[in-house]
Design a protein around this ligand. Sequence first.
Ligand SMILES: Cc1ncc(COP(=O)(O)O)c(C=O)c1O
Length: 362
Amino acid sequence: MENQKKIDKLIIPRLQNMQPYVPIYPPDIMAEKFGVSEDDIVKLDGNENMFGPSPKVSQALSEFKDYNIYPDPLQEKLRESIANYAGTTPDRVIAGAGSDEIIDLLIRLFIQPGDKICQPVPTFAMYSTFTELVGGETISVSMDENFEITEDSILSAINNGVKIVFLTSPNNPTGRLIDKNFVSKILQKDVLVIVDEAYYEFSGKTCIDLIDDYSNLVILRTFSKWAGLAGMRIGYGIMNPSLVSHLLIIKPPYNISVAAEIAVKASLDDLELLLERVEIIKNEREWMFDRLSEIPFMEPIPSDANFILTKIVNLESVELYNRLLSKGILVRYYENELLKNYLRISIGSREQNQKLLDFIKQ
Ligand SMILES: Cc1ncc(COP(=O)(O)O)c(C=O)c1O
């Protein structure tokens, strides 16, 4: 105990009581925790891809032999493949261990204790988590009751000395798109604008065409969702080449594993199949939206991503969440005030979606 206190005293005071990001857990861990078989777990809580990766991924991984050699710290071939896919040039691309890592690196490059970031909420929690980690402050601007961004509030936050604005499109957890005219408007200001397009492939809407005109714009994308590579941890940012150079200097030298690099190449070699799957997920999303709309205590929000946020009315969302959990059906429940009457449901296979609906209707 004395020893523990000794070490605790050395931890940076602001990090001693930091609240953890509420993560999701893999099916085997959940199965064990709830005493159900792993096969019975219906995992609709992580916006993952129910199809899994392209079959070419496991083939390429098993054929590769040189896992004993470190990956290329400059990610040259990888950045070239990603640039070709995204329709940009390699000098504008940097890859991270998930887009999470690019968020972390950007915050570390721009934010020091006392600096501010701004985000419309509700949104993805990692922007504020990484900001807290470096001693920055997050200005959270609430969206209106329809989850529309209140543009004037964001603009006034910017005028109060914010350094980074995070805009997520489609937004997690609402599934709503950002208005591109608004993005253009705030790009005129002296702030870094990070447009997180983690779910881009499910919406087809992007701000990437603004990259050449604005050195203060970053687009974030990932292979976690559309390409089914969440477990591989591979995402990327598209931005001005000088910003890429700075990030290449501060990133851990071998941040992308050889396995992740192989998985990206194999996925991009199987683009047709992966994009067909995206179309299936989009169709399934519309099917699910219609079914959820028929349930008297649910008010789903139209989504451009691979999940649907739904309001739960005349019932505690936590109660429904726990009932689903007891059957091994995992959806995302939020403990925060803004989302206390909501659940987020990832789009699964028809069988998984049907299982959820059957249980809810009981
Ligand atoms: C909006 C948003 N950005 C970034 C991420 C992180 O994705 P990655 O798996 O690439 O780290 C997620 C993951 O859920 C997300 O929802």
